[in-house]
Design a protein around this ligand. Structure first.
Ligand code: ADP
Ligand code: MG
Length: 232
């Protein structure tokens, strides 16, 4: 036998359902349900997969006064004060050289923080992002998942593991037109400098991609000097 909510209120408590519902609502007014916490959305993929375009598109949905957009200071390719996609779309941004500097540059009223080229930040970015989400801020993380040798960037792995949502983007292979998830280095590496655009990199599929002959240029610091325990 199925007993409906309205009937069960009479059977169990001998009171109308409206009285029970009102009592539950009163309880919630006294002990409000906690505000939803912030969130973390990670967008990963190879170069030219539209990650920065996605950042600009999502960031523009938040009013300018409540958003803070960052890029890593070492990404000097196009404009120091704006994120610029390979397709030419742009958005004002603040450059930060490490996670500790970044957190100090977030304006008080920001409810949304977007960070481009997160693979350049050290692992210290993880604790910063966790603390922002705990403060109710939505955090959009954008960056390469793999370096030119197809090694994972540890900070991106850790952030994807923490994320509420992960978007994996792919590009079009410059060799054969299939789905590309690797970034091919197409120019010599000089002094370990891995920053560049289409003159140095192109997207490739598994079959067309090859690692550079040069030794691996280490990913940014595994332990960021700016690691902040005070944010826990
Ligand atoms: P990502 O941030 O993933 O590197 P962007 O968002 O900056 O990518 O740019 C993606 C756009 O780049 C694509 O929509 C396409 O128009 C363009 N693009 C794709 N391949 C190339 C390429 N080899 N060189 C320059 N631009 C490209
Ligand atoms: Mg980009």
């Amino acid at each position: 036998m199925v007993v409906h909510w309205r009937e069960s209120c009479f059977i169990v408590w001998n009171v109308p359902a409206e009285v029970i519902t009102a009592s539950i609502m009163d309880e919630r007014r006294v002990n409000p349900i906690p505000r939803p916490a912030g969130w973390v959305h990670v967008v990963i993929g190879p170069m030219f997969s539209g990650k920065t375009e996605t950042l600009i598109h999502l960031a523009e949905q938040h009013p300018p006064e409540s958003r803070a957009v960052f890029k890593h200071a070492s990404d000097t390719r196009y404009d120091p004060q704006r994120v610029v996609s390979h397709a030419g779309t742009v958005l004002d941004a603040t450059a930060a050289s490490d996670a500790s500097t970044l957190v100090d540059l977030i304006p008080a009223g920001a409810s949304f923080v977007a960070i481009d080229e997160c693979q350049f930040f050290g692992i210290g970015l993880v604790v910063v992002v966790e603390s922002l989400a705990e403060r109710g801020i939505g955090v959009l993380i954008v960056g390469l998942d793999l370096d030119s040798w197809a090694n994972a960037f540890p900070v991106m792995d850790a952030l994807a593991e923490r994320a509420d949502e992960v978007t994996r983007r792919s590009a079009v292979c410059a060799g054969c037109g299939r789905v590309a998830r690797f970034t091919q280095r197409v120019a010599p590496i000089v002094d370990g400098n891995m920053i560049g655009g289409s003159e140095s990199f192109e997207p490739r599929c598994q079959a067309c991609w090859t690692p550079p002959e040069q030794a691996v240029v280490e990913a940014p610091l595994r332990i960021d000097a700016s690691y902040r325990t005070d944010l826990r």
